[in-house]
Design a protein around this ligand. Structure first.
Ligand code: DX5
Ligand code: ZN
Length: 216
């Protein structure tokens, strides 16, 4: 089996102690720190901007995996790059020109991702395959951590896997992942598992990360 990576989401963290949480997540063994940027418009929640990403960067020893839930990412794309984002994932459902934004990221040497909300079909990724490092399949409605995993979306992971065959594109899955739901995603083709609540609410973060990876 190919490697399975874990991207630890800080959305469920105590934001008053963000630096410490990021350091502890890195020591516990996450492969990425997943940063959920919400603009209060694309999703009904508001989280963090480039200044906080920059602060997170200074506490992280692993790459930052930034998930932009923004209707108009063009406004802050450069700032998120300058803040130290290593990988930036845009949503396919935005009104802006996704292709030109992905090209901007590529030109700046940032890894690119395209994210699909639960109702967005897998085929949406086809016109962008030449520009993508990852496809992010949402297994909950974006906006909040701690929601239950939607099993009906496993088929979409398989469909994405089929569409990217032969290409160097990773599949990331986000929403409701734990030791019970993650193996289904890995079986369907997931390479990177995002997990917030499952890791941060457990008493042993390292063990939770290992269980997500299918290792004891
Ligand atoms: C939801 C976010 C997720 C969230 C996942 O919009 O994209 O990254 O943090 O949280 P859990 O793992 O708790 O479902
Ligand atoms: Zn996310």
């Amino acid at each position: 089996m190919d490697n399975v990576y874990v991207s630890g989401s800080i959305l469920s963290a105590d934001f008053a102690c963000l630096g410490r949480v990021v350091k502890e997540l890195c020591s516990a063994g996450v492969d990425f720190v997943h940063v959920d940027v919400m603009d209060g418009h694309f999703v009904p929640n508001l989280t963090i901007g480039p200044m906080v990403v920059s602060a997170i960067k200074s506490s992280s020893t692993v790459p930052l995996d930034v998930h932009l839930m923004m209707s108009r990412p063009s406004i802050l794309l450069d700032s998120f790059i300058k803040a130290g984002s290593n990988r930036i994932t845009l949503h396919a459902e935005i009104e802006e020109d996704v292709r030109s934004l992905l090209m901007q990221l590529k030109e700046k040497g940032v890894d690119t991702g395209l994210c699909l909300k639960p109702a967005t079909p897998a085929e949406t990724i086809i016109p962008f395959l030449d520009l993508l490092d990852q496809v992010l399949v949402m297994t909950v409605e974006p906006g909040f951590g701690g929601q239950p995993f939607r099993y009906e979306l496993i088929d979409k992971i398989q469909e994405v896997k089929r569409l990217i065959q032969g290409k160097k594109i990773q599949i990331e899955v986000d929403g409701g992942l734990n030791d019970k739901t993650a193996p289904n995603c890995v079986k369907a083709g997931a390479d990177i598992l995002v997990a917030g609540n499952y890791i941060l609410k457990s008493s042993d973060w390292h063990q939770a990360i290992m269980l997500l990876k299918g290792q004891q």
